[in-house]
Ligand binder design. Structure first.
Ligand code: NAP
Length: 638
């Protein structure tokens, strides 16, 4: 166990600090797990009403007794030198889990929970050799991108001894968490769940940490696993062309100086993600703007915003983080909203992790694991059922069903508490479409900041840009010194701007067009042998979960594909058309009933024909099940 119990009990102040900072639910689970005293579940569970720590209202006296009992148990373990237990027996585990999040845990979730918590510290998702690889020395794989998915893939390939190179267009690792350096940038998924399951981090300073901490986490990963030696930094893959006769991919790369190089590899794994290339709208006159104009993902940190008039276009996840962060500094912030987004409040969103809680995460055995489970449960499949259309629902334009309507009512009531007596604002910020039609955002003091004297929200469409500002269709010129484009990413034109050609010179662009990508499980594409995608088509999570969770499902699957190739000596592995088509039909059918396909909403999930191309419509457990075992019958191995 990484927890050094002896060190903990020798330092009583640290032990007390950890116990004082422990949340009730994970502390209860540890108490029962280590002590085996089930009666605590009966006593404490009535005070736990949901999966977040703010869903707990245990009296202080009860908490004190829990802490005292847990302290005694820990001291006893240390004194007797007994080994810590491993997994609790199944009946107890189910009771503990259920009590920890105030829910019945269906059987089908148990494998996912066991994998995510890694109670014995071993990663059950690791793919082991069966007979061993053939010709490993002659094998070369390329991973494109050293963001979180690329690094996760690299770590698993390195563990298996599979040779690989990573091409990374930036000077260092981090991907999205490197590139997005805009003020207020941070994660919307609770951080102690938003991390690789086999690399939990107990040092997150906030429950939802900011970009620097996330980027630093990825930098640390690269160092810890010694991945940098495999990475060619400042090197962008410009084309990948499949050479059928040799079953090899010809890659062309370009470095920062513009020097190009070619290489031949067996396998290409894309880890470029969906949200990497900024989308910059073509607005009349924008090239004439006299001041700086930049995208959130290309933030110009050399610009001092103090005392400046800033125009911000876009109110999605990035805009909602930038706006309230810069509003106190700028002279005036004018926000151009094309359509409103829903945003929920979470009491932990701006909360620091207390020193006591950090100590509990680091030092109390199993605490961090049960805490991860709690957060995973809080943010995974719970809402999925409520995002389906009820065909008999009376007000289908504004909500889908009773649960979705309640969500709408609750968020609207919350917004009212934030904007106070501003009916003009209320009309602008409450979206007409159902909650979750666009990506659900977290209120980053957004609504409150709109009430500031120096902030103007306008939903009048932009007509053009002048050297001095932005002119809306009503003729008003909104003067600005700086324009910020919080306008999102080219999400649907996946793999762009790379030129990718598979069998018979087939271009992925011709196959997918600009906005209609499809892949089997989001991972493999017929006619593109030996190519695997991480965070590919149909895998973005919009109902809950963590993108890292999905990546880990894909990494396991790809590792099984590589094992199959390397153990059988197959030179090529290509998904069959039938499973690919069947999967995509299921994907489309499932999406059709879900909120993001709603006709009243525009989002970056749907292409111009209304097909949802970026998202997964599946529950996390369903996608896990689909990707858990690669079925070689789905593939042509040659
Ligand atoms: P986004 O959600 O696509 O938002 C883009 C915004 O720009 C929208 O308000 C959009 O309006 C507006 N817009 C686009 N083109 C426009 C135009 N021509 N004129 C006026 N307005 C225009 O992009 P994002 O905010 O960068 O977020 C993208 C995704 O990145 C998120 O959904 C999320 O998955 C991820 N992200 C996550 C976090 C986080 O975890 N905290 C932070 C940032 C980003 P419409 O809504 O009308 O299209």
């Amino acid at each position: 166990m990484p927890t050094d119990l002896n060190a903990l009990v020798r330092d009583e102040a640290l032990l007390d600090l950890a116990l004082s900072g422990a949340d009730v639910a994970p502390m209860l689970m540890v108490l029962v797990h280590l002590g085996g005293e089930e009666s605590w579940l009966d006593e404490v569970s009535p005070f736990i009403t949901g999966p977040w720590n703010f869903h707990e209202n245990a009296p202080e006296e009860l908490k004190q007794r829990m802490r005292a009992r847990l302290k005694a148990i820990l001291l006893d373990y240390a004194a007797s030198n007994r080994p810590l237990p491993t997994e609790p027996p199944p009946h107890l585990l189910r009771r503990m889990l259920g009590a920890g999040v105030a829910a019945e845990i269906p059987d089908e979730y148990m494998p996912m929970i066991i994998e995510e918590t890694m109670l014995d510290d071993r990663d059950p998702k690791t793919v082991h050799w069966r007979t061993g690889p053939k010709n490993l020395d002659a094998f070369k794989a390329v991973i494109i991108g050293a963001g979180v998915s690329g690094l996760g893939m690299a770590i698993k390939m390195q563990e298996a001894g599979i040779p690989f190179v990573i091409y990374e267009k930036n000077h260092t690792v981090g991907g999205t968490w490197l590139e997005n350096g805009y003020p207020g940038c941070g994660v919307d998924t609770p951080n102690h769940f938003y991390s690789l399951s086999f690399e939990p981090n107990h040092d997150w300073p906030e429950h939802f940490s900011k970009r620097n901490e996330l980027w630093t986490y990825l930098e640390r990963l690269a160092d810890k696993y010694d991945i940098r030696r495999h990475i060619r930094f400042n090197t962008e893959v410009t084309s990948a062309i499949y050479h059928e006769a040799d079953a090899l991919w010809d890659l062309t790369t370009r470095d920062r100086d513009g020097t190009t190089a070619t290489s031949r590899v067996n396998v290409v794994i894309s880890a470029v993600g969906q949200l990497n290339r900024p989308s910059i709208p073509d607005i009349k006159g924008m090239n004439d703007f006299a001041g700086p104009l930049f995208h959130t993902a290309r933030w110009d940190a050399s610009q001092d915003l103090k005392g400046k008039r800033v125009a911000m276009i876009g109110t999605g996840a990035s805009g909602m983080q930038v706006g309230p962060t810069i509003a106190p500094d700028v002279e005036h912030l004018t926000i151009f909203q094309r359509s409103a987004h829903w945003a929920v409040s979470n009491p932990n969103y701006h909360a620091a992790v207390s020193p006591g809680k950090m100590a509990a995460l680091k030092h109390i055995p199993f605490y961090a694991k049960w805490y991860r489970f709690q957060l995973m449960w809080a943010s995974s499949d719970g809402l999925h059922a409520s995002l389906h259309v009820d065909p008999n629902w009376a007000t289908p334009d504004q909500s889908l069903n009773a649960a979705n309507q309640k969500f709408r009512d609750d968020i609207t009531a919350y917004i009212k508490t934030q904007i106070g007596d501003r009916p003009d604002l209320l009309d602008m910020v409450v979206p007409p479409y159902p909650p979750y039609g666009k990506r659900m955002l977290r209120d980053n003091h957004w609504y409150k900041s709109l009430t500031r004297d120096n902030v103007t929200l306008t939903n009048d469409p932009i007509d053009h840009i002048t050297p001095d500002g932005v002119v809306t269709r009503d003729g008003t010129e909104h003067k600005a010194d700086i324009i910020v484009m919080a306008t999102g990413f080219v999400a649907q034109k996946m793999l762009w701007p790379m030129e990718v050609r598979g069998r018979d010179g087939q271009s992925i662009r011709d196959l997918w067009g600009d906005d209609n990508p499809r892949a089997f499980l989001g991972i493999t594409v017929p006619n593109f042998p030996n190519m695997f995608l991480l965070y590919g088509p149909g895998t973005n999570l919009a109902h809950g979960g963590s993108a890292i969770y999905h990546s880990e499902c894909q990494i396991r699957y790809i590792m099984q594909c590589l094992r199959e190739m390397l153990e059988t000596g197959a030179r090529s592995m290509e998904v069959r058309q039938d499973p690919h088509d069947a999967f995509n039909e299921l994907l489309d059918q499932t999406h059709a009933k879900m909120v993001w396909a709603h006709r009243g909403v525009g989002n970056w999930y749907k292409n111009k024909d209304g097909r949802v191309v970026t998202n997964s419509p599946f529950c996390l457990i369903d996608y896990r099940r689909m990707t858990e075992h690669m079925d070689r019958n789905d593939y042509i191995l040659a």
